[in-house]
Design a protein around this ligand. Structure first.
Ligand code: GLC
Ligand code: CA
Length: 543
């Protein structure tokens, strides 16, 4: 595979509202990120991805953009953005920003014009119809809203304040391309492209045998025939000729059809987030504990399908999912062990690893009992619609306590002072009370902390090319709940084994081989203890 900077990178995802508040108004901001660049540099990350910081009414925390070329007031100014970019580049680090192209805010001037009259020149930039289809939106409720003034419906596959752009309209597309070129000219190093599998729609009703008011309609707006032509144009018009990296969020792509998305010869993006491995923590799948065999099947299938022809992203957390250590691990008895074992499991596969803020210190789900402690629009909608359907209150809260997106959005825990050192003012979303002991300061100088473990993993990746370009092969430990694989090139062979359960695994470990990394101080020959993880050199030739 061709060697490129982004294949060798380690990415750190920042949810800016929750990362660091520089002016003590309770909301994280761009200067707050700049203040922490040395922290990120020390950890070893080389790219940061910042979630939307554009002007926005914040119905969906910035994923509802009202001006693509302005900074949200709460986040700072364009000058702050430029300084962040400059400070990153000074340190040899790079910046990826989020691009939200499927929809804009209903407060975007384009939409205000579009809705002003039926013959407005921008009317066709959005989707207007005399009759709605029977689709349900992704966040619940109908996907169409009636506009009394012009007597038509407009489409929104997320909230009614996130209005779908009409990608069939050439003029609209040209404006989007201009905007993206403007950011590239500014010097950003790449884009994470939001919800990109939804640009094309099939405007027909869903079958509705149960006569529901609206029907989940995923297939009507996901990977619809013709989407690839749109993505090809996007790539050729704006991405192709610059040295940037693109990661498409496309939670529908399967390993057998990934080539048109990410192959080196015809991919529309350099990587995608396919989210297939996250099915076990899906909103609709609350009681499902981690099934390691299932996880292995999914991740290994992707590893084998992409090897030699395509690249991909590696991740276990993001701003839309609960905390992995709480969902897949054990955030009580095996907090340290399970956080490090899960980290080690995904970090050394083929692909570019992403770390979500707080993951490097093992941040956990928040113990918020009351719906008023939550802020996320999706969570609020789940609450509203489930209660309306008559689901008992405790049952609804049980679901929310497990899967709310807010678990990933509580303020970053920097130290044990007020508000975890995130801000001096009450933050926009409550701090997880475990900040008293679970924070960066407590871990940074402790060689046996989750933070130090992540730092070692990052350095191992930077120092050993086999972990970037080598082959990947699953290996059988004899225990279905152990995830073990081998990375190999002509000089080096490494074994990465992680016990992802509370059971002990008896196996024929290469105990005498050189050990690079382990999360247990007291190791035992022939067994992997609960959540024990280790990285061995099986072959190490100097080159
Ligand atoms: C993506 C984002 C999510 C957002 C949605 C709508 O899935 O990751 O946070 O709510 O798109 O833009
Ligand atoms: Ca602030």
């Amino acid at each position: 595979m061709k060697e490129t900077w982004w294949k060798e990178a380690v990415v750190y995802q920042i949810y800016p509202r929750s990362f660091n508040d520089s002016n003590d108004d309770g909301i994280g901001d761009l200067n707050g990120i700049t203040e922490k660049l040395d922290y990120l540099d020390e950890l070893g990350v080389t790219i940061i991805w910042v979630c939307p910081m554009y002007k926005s009414p914040n119905i969906d925390n910035g994923y509802d953009v009202s001006d693509y070329q302005e900074i949200m007031e709460e986040m700072g100014t364009m000058a702050d953005f430029d300084r962040l970019l400059e400070e990153l580049h000074k340190r040899g680090m790079r910046l990826i920003i989020d691009l939200v192209l499927n929809h804009t805010s209903d407060q975007h001037p384009w939409f205000l014009e579009s809705k002003s009259s039926k013959d407005n020149p921008k009317r066709d930039w959005y989707v207007w119809r005399d009759h709605q289809t029977n689709w349900e939106s992704i966040f619940g409720g109908p996907a169409w809203t009636f506009d009394p003034k012009t007597q038509q419906y407009y489409l929104h596959i997320y909230t009614k304040n996130q209005v779908d752009l009409n990608w069939e309209n050439k003029e609209m597309r040209e404006s989007i391309y201009e905007m993206i070129r403007w950011w590239i000219a500014k010097g950003v190093d790449g884009f994470r492209v939001d919800a990109i599998n939804h640009l094309k729609k099939d405007y027909s009703d869903m079958p509705n045998p149960q006569n529901l008011p609206y029907v989940p309609a995923w297939e009507k707006f996901t990977e619809v025939e013709g989407l690839q032509d749109m993505l090809t144009e996007l790539r050729d018009q704006v991405f192709k000729d610059s040295d940037i990296v693109t990661i498409g969020e496309a939670n529908s792509v399967k390993s057998h059809n990934m080539e048109k998305w990410i192959s080196e010869h015809d991919g529309k993006f350099n990587m995608i987030f396919h989210l297939e491995a996250h099915k076990p923590v899906d909103t609709n799948n609350v009681e499902n504990d981690l099934d390691v065999e299932d996880l292995k099947e999914v991740l290994n299938r992707w590893q084998q399908a992409t090897h030699g022809i395509a690249w991909n992203s590696l991740y276990i957390e993001n701003h839309d999912r609960p905390r992995t250590v709480s969902i897949w691990g054990n955030d009580q008895k095996y907090w340290y062990e399970s956080a490090t074992a899960l980290g080690c499991m995904y970090f050394f596969m083929q692909g570019t690893p992403f770390i979500y803020q707080g993951q490097e210190i093992g941040m956990t789900n928040a113990p918020f009992d009351d719906i008023d402690m939550y802020h996320d629009i999706e969570t609020k909608n789940i609450y509203r619609y489930k209660c309306k359907q008559g689901v008992p209150h405790d049952e609804v809260m049980h679901v929310i306590k497990k899967i709310s997106r807010d678990h990933a959005r509580t303020p970053m825990q920097w130290n044990n002072q007020d508000f975890a050192g995130f801000s001096k003012a009450t933050p926009w979303l409550g701090v997880n009370p475990n900040y008293q002991w679970l924070n960066v300061e407590a871990q940074k100088n402790d060689p046996n902390s989750i933070w130090s473990f992540y730092k070692k993993m990052i350095h191992l990746r930077h120092n050993w090319k086999v972990l970037v370009y080598g082959t990947t092969e699953l290996t059988d430990s004899g225990c279905p709940y152990v995830y073990a694989y081998i990375r190999e090139d002509q000089y080096t062979k490494m074994l990465i084994a992680s016990n992802l359960s509370e059971k002990t695994c008896e196996w024929n470990s290469p105990y005498d081989a050189e050990l690079f990394l382990s999360n247990y101080e007291k190791r035992a020959k022939g067994i992997l203890q609960p959540y024990e993880t280790c990285v061995y050199f099986l072959k190490k030739e100097i080159y």
